[in-house]
Design a protein around this ligand. Structure first.
Ligand code: ZN
Length: 284
């Protein structure tokens, strides 16, 4: 979406946030940055950032964790347009300069862009400068709403949407997108069944018709992207409840049948025994 360095740094910022403890695609995930060693491997896996790896110690880890906390606050405040948000970002940018350099542009061609100059060559300072600079570019371009939290159920993963049409809503940790699509599909099916059920019934009273949205309205609501997951989840829950009630009712019926059969069998047995007794009597 932007130039290559900016895209990569934004993804790295989301990666840093996702080292935090929290739900990922339906499963709990522990804090992955608890030791200097874990910080070293996080840095080692991102060579393209050219982060200094020489002196990594507890103090650097503490500062990187503080940066992570600040980024959480920034991500949850998007779009960043309030004075308070800018103050937070300005805090990270303090002392950071920039220089002009040539690099790969959005289309793959070489182009001139600005690169941040950190306060020092210490890891925490370099990370802070790169990430704060990338975020400031998003804010200037009025694109900070691209910093998001995954819309998947039971998922707190942070994402950065680099698609042209701003369509990325889910993380890549598991199957968040797939789970949401299944939910939406089931909700649509439930709405269709509801519509069929209603059309079978005689026309409802005027008051009821006013109070309750029609199945068509409901279906239209389900297609609204903003409320889709919430509505889908609700529909899914009520459908599960209905299915549970259905299966319970069926089980109860079966039990009743079994009981009745047992009673009937007992009666039969009794009659047979009686029959045998009377046979014996009559043979005597
Ligand atoms: Zn997710």
């Amino acid at each position: 979406m932007f130039h290559a360095d900016l895209n990569r740094t934004l993804v790295v910022a989301a990666d840093l946030l996702n080292t935090s403890e929290g739900a990922r695609s339906g499963s709990p995930s522990p804090d992955e940055l608890t030791t200097v060693e874990s910080l070293r491997s996080f840095v080692g896996e991102r060579e393209a950032q050219q982060w200094p790896v020489g002196r990594l110690d507890r103090a650097q880890l503490e500062r990187v964790l503080a940066l992570r906390d600040t980024l959480h606050a920034i991500w949850s405040a998007t779009p960043l347009d309030a004075e308070k948000d800018l103050t937070t970002l300005n805090g990270l940018l303090e002392g950071v300069g920039f220089t002009l350099t040539t690099g790969e542009g959005d289309g793959g061609d070489s182009e001139v862009h600005a690169a941040p100059v950190p306060v020092s060559r210490e890891l925490a300072d370099v990370m802070t400068a790169q990430i704060a600079y990338a975020l400031s570019q998003l804010v200037i371009l009025d694109e900070s709403a691209r910093l998001r939290t995954c819309r998947g159920e039971d998922c707190e993963a942070k994402i950065v949407d680099l698609t042209r049409n701003r369509s990325k809503l889910f993380c890549d940790f598991g199957n968040c997108a797939n789970r949401a699509h299944v939910r939406a599909y089931r909700a649509r099916k439930a709405a269709e069944r509801e519509a069929a059920r209603r059309s079978d019934k005689s026309a409802p009273a005027d008051e009821e018709r006013l109070a309750k949205p029609s199945a068509k309205d409901k279906a239209a609501q389900l297609d609204e992207p903003t409320s889709e997951s919430a509505v889908a989840a609700k529909e899914f829950r009520s459908r599960m409840r209905d299915e549970l009630m259905d299966s319970r009712a069926k089980q109860d019926k079966k039990k009743d049948k079994k009981k009745k059969k047992k009673k009937a069998d007992k009666k039969k047995d009794g009659k047979k025994k009686d029959g045998k007794k009377s046979e014996k009597k009559s043979s005597k």
